[in-house]
Design a binder for this molecule. Structure first.
Ligand code: GCV
Length: 662
């Protein structure tokens, strides 16, 4: 199967003034990463200008020069400077990785028509760890994958081919430096990935990744000492368990040099963990951390730990409180090479959630922010939903844990507490379909995540612009319309799905399409509690108490409906249908209006896409159009299902007399 090059599609560039710089590439440093950087320039030169550069090691001062330098002008090891000096373009960094990032930045500049005669850019990444998590199963399935099958695994075997390299190139080009290749739910024979059986191919992947500055990580199954080692316990304090893991870790590092470490989902959604043995998560994580430490490895420990069997009559237990309750008491107890990976919200990647209060509760613990590029709850990559603006909101959220440098972005970048074991991770939306993300527009999220992880200061608009020009076209009509589509897509999706932060009204299990009561009569603790009187969950101090987990003034803001931001009103409060919002509308009228608005917005996006037709490759245009056709139906289905539900519950007419039915 062939596949596309996404934003590394180096199309011919007519009339570009910087062509001659690409005639000679001089590598004033050595090593595999520098070789990959030079290769990328060769590819770019061939694609843009149809020329094959001569690659030299001690050339004259002309063309493009890659050199290691530590002149103090570049802030961090992975940072770079790209500049023009007397007729040559220099790519400089204290490290080979920095040079690779500089080369990709240089190529991006060419694609964005920056004049290389005047170029002078210096960049350093904001987040030390910039990580992609794949939820790829060993059998080739992808959990919450909507873009085909895995390109890492097939029928319980590992795939290594040219696509592995293209994946690494794509990721490095947006600054990704860590990747976990297998699903956090490590089921069946997937647990064997930590055994000799698979080291050979894993090493091959790790080597390809290493050429692009990416460390490979694995997810593990906590019960492996029992499943694979025949022990009768997986207790992290048991000597035989520790020895079993020690042997595995030694073997892995011997066979896969440069291995990054493990990502662990424990005591979550049926997965085993330290709780099973009366231990806490610090004891579990530290056991593994001690073992990988001599090898420079890290343990990334997920905080998605909650009781997934809740009784609906219990109005105090609140799934939203779980991460904070489980992990805030452990602050300071984790070793330095343990990082807690925390989902952006307290629930599970809903279209709108508050930022979890766990950010702001940990002052002595390394943290990674986890978001989901895969559109599990946001349209399965059928519906377009550009998520960069929502990630930016999370990064910019002030936790008030100190007077300054207290945003989530400050915490995970290391600005708040220092240190480099911290960063930004995302669940990937890729698969083996030729365009990687099924909906071409969903690739903007993949691209956007990497760019934002590198530079949290980039705006959603800048990222949308870059992605469009690099991937689709720089035709003004396309740039304008695609930006419109991307930037309006998250609000549209939010409008036609669940209202005001309540979330979850999707079909259980598959998480696509409307089903207002789908999870209401389920045990997963994801209730909206709608009845004929009103809707919403009281999470104030008088309700579940979730709001009290925030530092002031956030706690105060969420405590009362008057102060609560409208978009989160039903997440924090239970309100009657005639409650009047800040906009002056009643709650029920808001529900009706937003659902009509959301579905209407989809038709506007479709119109905008149609206007791009003549400037786009037909295959891309039609692929996206097909997705829009589904989104159009989906949005109307949501609109009518949700509006009918609330009309029947409230028996209050739509003020505008529109037809409400399913
Ligand atoms: C990988 C949600 C998803 C699961 C996922 C889990 C997690 O519950 O529905 O598919 O499992 O999150 O983040 O671990």
């Amino acid at each position: 199967m062939s596949w596309e090059q996404l934003w590394l599609n180096y199309k011919a560039k007519e009339n570009y003034g910087g062509r001659d710089f690409f005639k000679v590439i001089t590598k004033k440093a050595g090593g595999v990463i520098i070789d990959c950087a030079a290769d990328e320039l060769v590819r770019a030169a061939q694609g843009f200008f149809g020329l094959t550069p001569s690659v030299e090691e001690h050339g004259a001062d002309s063309g493009i020069i890659l050199q290691i330098t530590d002149n103090g002008k570049i802030a961090k090891a992975e940072g770079f400077r790209v500049y023009n000096k007397v007729g040559a373009v220099y790519v400089e960094s204290p490290t080979d990785k920095g040079i690779l990032y500089g080369v990709f930045a240089l190529i991006r500049c060419v694609m964005l028509n920056v004049d290389l005669h005047y170029i002078d850019i210096s960049e350093s990444p904001d987040n030390p760890i910039r990580m992609i998590n794949h939820w790829d199963d060993f059998n080739g399935n992808i959990e919450r994958g909507y873009s085909g099958r895995s390109f890492f695994f097939k029928e319980n075997d590992i795939i290594v081919n040219e696509r592995t390299k293209d994946y690494a190139r794509l990721m490095a080009s947006i600054g990704i430096n860590c990747s976990t290749v297998n699903n956090v739910n490590v089921k069946g024979v997937a647990a064997e990935l930590v055994t000799e059986k698979h080291f050979d191919k894993l090493r091959q992947i790790a080597e390809i990744f290493a050429g692009y500055g990416i460390k490979m990580f694995l997810s593990l199954n906590w019960a492996s000492p029992m499943k694979l080692g025949g022990l009768d316990t997986a207790d992290p304090l048991d000597e035989s368990v520790i020895n079993w893991w020690k042997e595995r870790v030694e073997a892995i590092y011997q066979n896969i040099p440069g291995f990054g470490g493990f990502l662990v989902k424990a005591d979550s959604e049926g997965e085993p963990g330290p709780f099973t043995y009366g231990r806490d998560h610090a004891q579990g994580a530290n056991m593994l951390a001690n073992l990988v430490k001599p090898h420079g490895g890290i343990i990334i420990w997920r905080c998605f730990v909650y009781n997934c069997k809740q009784d609906w009559r219990d109005k105090v237990t609140d799934r939203a409180k779980a991460a904070y309750d489980n992990f805030s008491p452990l602050d300071g107890k984790f070793l330095d090479n343990v990082i807690l990976q925390i989902k952006n919200g307290p629930m599970d990647f809903q279209v709108r959630e508050p930022v979890t209060p766990l950010f702001g509760a940990l002052k002595h613990t390394n943290q990674i922010l986890e978001v989901q590029i895969a559109q599990e709850y946001t349209g399965h990559q059928k519906d377009v939903c550009y998520l960069v603006p929502s990630w930016k909101e999370t990064l910019d959220f002030r936790t008030y844990m100190s007077q300054d440098h207290d945003t989530v972005g400050d915490i995970v970048s290391g600005k708040a507490f220092g240190g480099s074991n911290c960063g930004f991770a995302a669940v990937s939306n890729t698969g083996d379909e030729p365009n990687w993300t099924s909906n071409d527009l969903a690739a903007a999220n993949l691209y956007g995540f990497g760019r934002l992880a590198w530079n949290t200061g980039l705006s959603s608009e800048e990222i949308a612009y870059e992605w469009t020009v690099l991937t689709l076209s720089n035709e003004p009509q396309v740039v304008k319309n695609v930006a419109y589509i991307l930037l309006n897509s998250w609000p549209a999706y939010e409008n036609y799905t669940s209202p005001l932060g309540i979330g979850w009204m999707i079909n259980p299990g598959i998480h696509y399409g409307p089903n207002v009561d789908g999870y209401e009569y389920d045990v997963w603790g994801t209730y909206h509690r709608a009845d004929h009187k009103g809707i919403g969950v009281d999470r104030s101090s008088k309700g579940t108490g979730y709001a009290t987990q925030y530092n002031d003034p956030n706690r105060i803001m969420y405590e009362t409906p008057d102060a609560c931001p409208t978009e989160l009103l039903l997440f924090f409060h239970r309100l009657s249908y005639d409650y009047v919002l800040k906009t002056g509308k009643t709650l029920i009228q808001h529900i009706y209006d937003s659902h009509f608005d959301g579905a209407d917005a989809v038709e506007v996006m479709i119109k905008q896409w149609r206007e791009c037709k003549e400037f786009l490759p037909l295959a891309v245009y039609e692929r996206v159009m097909k997705k829009f056709d589904e989104q159009s139906l989906n949005s109307k289905n949501w609109r009518d299902t949700v509006n009918t539900y609330f009309y029947r519950k409230s028996m209050i007419n739509d003020k505008h007399g529109r037809l409400i039915h399913t």
